[in-house]
Design a protein around this ligand. Structure first.
Ligand code: OAD
Length: 230
């Protein structure tokens, strides 16, 4: 039982954006045009069939341009918590949408990248996290030319694919080691390292709560679970 909370880490997943009208990754059988997300979100899929991978993310980017897609009460509540509470709040999202920032969250890490950004794989040369990023609001394709190296075929959405290293892991681990309370909202607990954050926080002495529509795969690791819409 925590007596005083002064530092919170909140992990969010696709479930928090579901009521804004964005599809989760593993809802509806987890298939996109017959492909599992694990077969689209990989560097190998991009090398084999770049257009298919671009189509997947172009569709998600188009979704965010739809004026009906707006931050919902859960995004707004987290932004308000950060604004009005005097403790530390770090939101770590696995989501590639921009609904947290549109709601007003400032202390935010996109550990799996952002669909509204792109970078050139040739220029990055393996260092995806610190290479130059460019905004992209419309469709991206293999014909896109990099403004820096002038080569086509290397521009890719700024997404951390399966087999790649999530962003800001040092900063996230430090925050988990120092928080009093860890909360996960709207994530199925399928994808590591995010699914293991609850254990890291607990080893460091934090309490942990799960808020999800139904029990996540790692539900048993949490001290308390609340099941219902975010
Ligand atoms: P998933 O699609 O795996 O899980 C979404 C979770 O949200 C499920 O457990 C749902 O039960 C829950 N959910 C659905 N609607 C909800 C609502 N209204 N309120 C609360 N919860 C709700 O999405 P993630 O766990 O975010 O990675 O997926 C993790 C990663 O897998 C993604 O970041 C993505 C994907 O592959 C990459 O692309 C690298």
């Amino acid at each position: 039982m925590i007596t005083k909370i002064s530092s919170l880490v909140i992990l969010t997943g696709a479930g928090i954006s579901a009521e804004s009208g964005l599809e989760t990754f593993r809802g509806a059988g987890g298939l996109w045009c017959g492909h599992r997300v694990e077969d689209v979100a990989t560097p190998e899929a991009f090398a084999r069939n770049p257009q298919m991978v671009h189509d997947f993310y172009n569709m998600r980017r188009a979704g965010l341009r739809d004026p009906k897609i707006q931050p919902n009460a859960a995004h707004q509540a987290l932004a308000r918590l950060e604004r009005e509470w005097d403790g530390d709040v770090l939101i770590v999202t696995q989501n590639i949408d921009d609904l947290h920032e549109r709601a007003g969250t400032r202390n935010l890490i996109h550990m799996h990248g952002e669909v509204l950004k792109m970078f050139c794989a040739f220029c990055a040369n393996g260092d995806h996290e610190s290479t130059d990023k460019y905004s992209i609001l419309h469709d991206l394709g293999p014909e896109h030319v990099c403004v820096s190296c002038n080569r086509a075929g290397g521009m890719r959405p700024d997404i951390v694919w399966f087999g790649e290293m999530p962003y800001a892991m040092n900063r996230i681990e430090r925050a988990l080691m120092n928080c009093d309370l860890f909360i996960a909202i709207g994530t199925s607990g399928n994808v590591y390292p995010a699914a293991g954050f609850v254990q890291m926080a607990r080893y460091a002495g934090a309490e942990s709560y799960e808020y999800n529509l139904d029990p996540a795969l790692n539900s048993n690791a949490f001290d308390k679970s609340f099941h219902g819409p975010a």
